[in-house]
Structure formats: C-alpha cells, structure tokens
Design a protein around this ligand. Structure first.
Ligand SMILES: O=C(O)/C=C/C(=O)CC(=O)CC(=O)O
Ligand SMILES: [Ca+2]
Ligand SMILES: [Mg+2]
Length: 429
C-alpha cells in the first residue's frame, strides 16, 4: 500500500508556516487534553491540533477497520497495537481530509468547531504508556568519548562495543513529556581524592541528546525478530533527553551500569513522528568496522537523516545552541537494536520505548552531552548572555529539536524542552 500521506506536492487548507515542522506530509500522533478537559488522541498540521476522536465519531475514517473508541483514549497503545497497515490507512486518510482540494471538512463549520484546536487551547500529554524503556549506547563517538573521560583513553571503546548494540534497562516511571520541569537529584558521590562517599545534590547535571523509537506488539516469548523485519514493528520516533547526573553515575555504574544517575527523569517530545513519514529521509549509516554476526546483518538503508540540535536557555535570557548533530551518525541502527533486543526471545510490547543512546557526531560541535562538549568541565561552553556552563545550572532550560529536509519538504519533531529546578524540598517531615 503506497504512503500517499507523504505526497510532497500536497498542500493543506490549514495554514502552515514555511518552516513548520508539521506540514501535511508529517501527520504525527499524540495525546492532548482539550479546553473542555477531555483527553483525546490527535495529530497536528501547522499550528492546528486535530482531534482524531472527534473526526472518527463524525465518520471521517469510514472504511478503515477501527474500534469506535480507538482515539478516545489517554494513550496510543491500542492504536499502535493495530499494526502498520492501520497506521498507514489512517495517515493516508488524514492527508486526504486536509488536502487543499478537499472541501468536505473545510466547508463544514460545525465539524471544524469540534475537531480543530489552537495549540494554546490544548495541553500535550505523554503519548504512550511506556511499559518498558531500554536505552542503547549506539554512537561510536559518544562511547569513545565517555570511555576516554571515565576510564582509559588508550582503550576507550570496550572490546564488546563493535560486536553488540550495548544497552541497559531504564525506568519508565520517570519518563515525562516536554514542559514538565525536573528537580536536581541527590545521591551518593565520591569526591575527587576521597575514599568514602558523601550524600548531597548532584553537582554535575547533564543532558543526553537522543531519539527513541516506540514499538508495537512484536513477538511472543521465545521468538526473535529478524533484523530485516524489525522496521515493521516500529511505530515512530520522538526526541529524548536522557537526564544524567555524572557524579552519581561515575560512582555507581560499576559493574552493572547506570542506575539512579539516569532514573530521576527522562524527557520526550510529545508528537510521535511515524517511520512512514520518515521514509523519504532514509540514508545509509556508517560502514561496519568489524564483521557483524549474521543476526545483525541487514539489507538496504536503515538509517535516517534527522538534523538535531540542543540549546541551553538560562532563566530570563536568550537560548544558545550548544550542539548540532544527526540521527544518521548512529553506528547501530534501530533494526539492529530491535533484532538484538529480541534475539534471546524477550517480548517487545506496544508502547515500549527504545532510546538510541547519546547521538554524538564526529566533530566537537556535534557532541550530544555537556560531559563531552565541555570535556568534563575543562572547556566551559560560552552562552550568549556571557555566562559559561560546564554542566547544567538550576533554572536552565534544555531544549532539543529535530527535523528532516529534502527537496523542499521539511518535517520535524517540534521540541523537548525541560527546565532544571533546584533539589526537591520535601513537605513531609
Ligand atoms: O559508562 C559509560 O560508558 C557510559 C554510560 C552511559 O552514559 C549510558 C548511556 O546512557 C548511553 C548513551 O546514552 O549512549
Ligand atoms: Ca543515554
Ligand atoms: Mg534518564
């Protein structure tokens, strides 16, 4: 079935700014709270949010096999479980409904009143209930930089890294949508030169520039997903900021990996851009440096050209872009990650989320964390307001954005924007 929703020549009867991340070729999925306090599943064209629950009730999805309440839910999990064919039918239909040449909804004032919302009338929610969250470690540059800074510059990349898409299991309970602030965590650290740990606020709060893919129900217990089928089970992608407390991490991570240094918060952008929408932006990824085992060998282009940037905005000041990177730098692609994740038969469910790992590129201006950008604090990053950052200060807002652009069509992810607040003051005594 062709992805007619991606037709680059189509325009919409809804207004779309020239540089919008959300032209009619995007059609992402999200969950929002409306002005009437109703939670619904929706999409977005330009700066108009579209209530898919209302559209469905009014009969606009006739002919597509959907349950009556599929969009009247507070998460996308059930819709995602319906599978790729249904996602494509729905996106294709939305493209038709909002096509500049289609008058049906455009000329129906009553319908438009219940279907369309301005962005300031809605509040974006987490788009899925995330059952399991895994974070990979798939940028060679990031793994090399962290190995250099945390361990041994001579053997920065650990021996398994070129053979395995390394990952760890994260916490889903602290995943939050863009706009929800995060408190600086407290924990155990080992101060330089000390032999005993101390307890207190982390002094080294960092971001990690990542993307994440959301899966559908993919396999039964015991059943691996072949690498060349893996994309069938990927619904779409979001931007992800894997908040990290570097001082806590350095002390706790041996030998089982990140734990409390990462689990205090993970922020994601609220609109899931489908893999179908990203189809025109497929590219080849980095060439394997070492022979890869058969279950990780794939055919065709499995990487995506997505420009990424990170800004820091101090309270009351302008933001400064501190990093420009790209999703295509990832050494292990999503298909390899999903094949690896399931090769032992571990089931993946609708709404599971897999982080890419920090997306550092080859040049210092493309590093995806302050640890790397400031090189452990040795080269502070200058901001437009004249201040400097080694890591993130209280009241700073970290903003990540991402977009694809080719042949005059641009689609994007919007942003994930999160303010860091001081340590939580407990009201319990
Ligand atoms: O100990 C290390 O080498 C580093 C671990 C991480 O920072 C884990 C992580 O979140 C992976 C990533 O984002 O790439
Ligand atoms: Ca990470
Ligand atoms: Mg995190």
């Amino acid at each position: 079935m062709p992805i007619t929703a991606n037709n680059p020549d189509r325009t919409s009867w809804l207004h779309v700014d020239k540089n919008s991340d959300f032209p009619i070729q995007n059609i992402p999925f999200g969950v929002f709270l409306t002005r009437d306090d109703i939670i619904t599943i929706g999409t977005r064209i330009g700066d108009t949010a579209i209530d898919l629950g209302a559209l469905h009730q009014l009969g606009y999805f006739e002919g597509i096999p959907l349950t009556d309440d599929i969009f009247l839910q507070d998460t996308l999990n059930d819709f995602i479980a319906d599978g790729r064919k249904t996602w494509r039918l729905v996106r294709n239909r939305i493209g038709e409904i909002f096509d500049a040449e289609n008058d049906t909804l455009k000329s129906n004032k009553q319908h438009k009143e219940v279907v369309l919302f301005r962005l300031d009338e809605i509040e974006m929610q987490l788009p899925v209930q995330i059952g399991d969250y895994t974070d990979f470690y798939s940028s060679k540059e990031h793994a090399t930089n962290v190995g250099t800074l945390f361990r041994d510059p001579e053997n920065a990349l650990l021996p398994n890294w070129l053979h395995i898409p390394v990952g760890y299991h994260g916490r889903s309970s602290s995943i939050i949508p863009s706009g929800i602030p995060v408190h600086r965590p407290q924990g155990q650290t080992l101060p330089n030169g000390a032999t005993e740990p101390v307890f207190g606020p982390s002094k080294l709060i960092d971001f990690e520039l990542e993307m994440a893919f959301i899966t559908t129900d993919a396999n039964d217990l015991g059943e691996p997903i072949p690498v060349n089928e893996a994309e069938e089970y990927i619904f779409g992608l979001v931007l992800l900021n894997d908040w990290s407390a570097r001082d806590i991490q350095k002390w706790e991570y041996v030998p089982l990996g990140p734990f409390l240094a990462k689990s205090f918060a993970t922020s994601i952008s609220p609109w899931i851009v489908t893999l179908d929408a990203l189809e025109p932006y497929r590219v080849e990824g980095p060439k394997p440096i070492k022979k890869q085992l058969d279950y990780l060998k794939f055919k065709g282009k499995k990487s995506y050209d997505i420009n990424l940037e990170v800004s820091i905005q101090p309270k009351g000041a302008k933001e400064t872009t501190v990093s420009n990177s790209n999703f295509k730098y990832m050494y292990w692609n999503m298909s390899q990650q999903l094949a690896h994740h399931t090769v032992n038969g571990c089931p993946v469910n609708s709404g599971d989320m897999m982080g890419s790992g920090t997306l550092s590129g080859p040049t210092p201006d493309s590093y995806g964390s302050m640890l790397e950008l400031s090189w452990r604090g040795e080269n502070p990053v200058k901001l437009k307001d004249g201040s400097e950052r080694k890591f993130i200060n209280d009241h700073d807002t970290v903003i990540m954005r991402g977009y694809c652009e080719k042949d005059g069509t641009r689609i994007g992810f919007g942003e994930v924007s999160t303010q860091l607040l001081p340590v939580f003051e407990s009201k319990k005594k």
